[in-house]
Write a protein of this length. Sequence first.
Lengths: 385, 156
Amino acid sequence: MARKVAIVGTGQTDHKARRRDVNIGELIHEAVGRCLEDARMTIDQIDAVLIGNMEHFEGNFYVDMQMVDYTGACMKHALKITTGGTSGSSVAQAGFYHVASGHFDTVLAIGWEKQSDGDTTAGLIFQADPWYERPTMSGAIGTFALAACMYMEKYGITEEQAARVAVKNRTHACRNPHAHLKLSLTIEDVLNSRVLAHPIKLLDMCPASDGACALIFAGEDLAPKLAPQPAWVKAAVSRHDQPFNGDLPMLDQMRTLTAAAKEAYRIAGIIDPFREIDVAEIYEPCSFAELAWTEALGFCGWGEGGRLVESGATSLGGRLPVNPSGGVLSTNPIGATAMIRVAEAAIQIMGKAGERQVPDVRTAVSTGFGGSWWSDVMILSRSKP
Amino acid sequence: MIRNPDPEPLLDITVQKSYPYRYSTGQLGTFFFRELRDHGKIYGRHCPGCGAVYVPPRPVCGPCWKATDRWVEVGPEGVLEAFTVVHFSFLDPMTGKPRPVPYGYGFIRLDGATSRIQHFLNETDQTRLRIGLRVRAKLKEERVGKLTDIEYFEIL
């Protein structure tokens, strides 16, 4: 059996629409500095550096090499991992596996994106097959519009239920000093916002942000010495699926998230997720996605995501808060976004979440998402597995 | 952290790149696009394991890990399984210009196919679109062997 691993420190930049005051390396360095400070460690104590982002947004394909001075990777084992939207969580999972293997005692994991350096929707075209998809591809917005259309038709999910997610998460973000968007919204604001591609309206959709996030993973002997309350990794699972949007049902009973969650719960010994999980950070690029993915995570039955958000259970103060950080709807530097989910789950376990702290967190789950439709799931715990 | 003491605006550099990539479509893709170009026909690829008929075609069925074994003619009609009308204009990397909006967009399951393709629709009034409508591929007169040889799908 592999050895036990915990997160002992996190760091994030204060995410913004445009960080024109820093170059890529300086942005990354801010998050790295904050993470080392949080863990009260020096860079000499780091054995390996893993880094990732969604490269076509900046057209920079050598971040592991070019940013060595900023990441502390000089003369260390270092790898770049890029898996689209899941880049941040893939880097985090790799951090866990490196330490779990026993070959590294401490690993610094970094996710980042400088969206303002490029054009987000144009950049996304690289995800599409040049022959069969690029001529008609309509960005993340077009894809989610089609996915939401099918999901709404099958279960009677309403735009109003999706709007509740948007209001909930933006309200949560007002308590998160790192969040990009801190908006006070009503359901009417969301329903009246500009239609991008029906049913996706402006306020149903995530922003594009500049930001970076870093985590430090440590082995079981070191972790308790480094952090008063480490965030222990109970499970780290990822699942991929077929490459074309048209191959899959998409939001409805999303295969990869359902399968990854099932396996993660099996490893972590979780039988009743809604009762046993205290907080969830779900990677939700649009409001409808959070509804569908509370179902895939087993927090409620198929098609019941709308009723779940209406019940208030997934708001701060509810039975199982989802995205107390404000989620992707509030902050989205894509290469960092999936890692921010892990970081925010860890922050909850560590008791460092300030005004967004959920009381008495023992178990937290975080998810990562990539288009088309692959998933990462990580389960963190207050106690050593 | 170093802070720039200079009150002048920080510098930016704009880089506009145009890379000529040349992608092979492979043996199955060549058959698919030649049939579309020369005969106006659309074909899917059959998996002997699960019976799926894939458009776009592929040599291996992912879930079954079996080689697809034969071509199956599909369409040109099909069912609209998801729809939207796109209102936000974005830089289209295929043309280098903003894509004109609004336009209809949807998932179409061609008759005989298991998977769906995403393509344009000839309707921009959201209220006239619904899941389950019959649609037909509208082919261009002059075809070159690309997906856009299908100009859009027309609502029947």
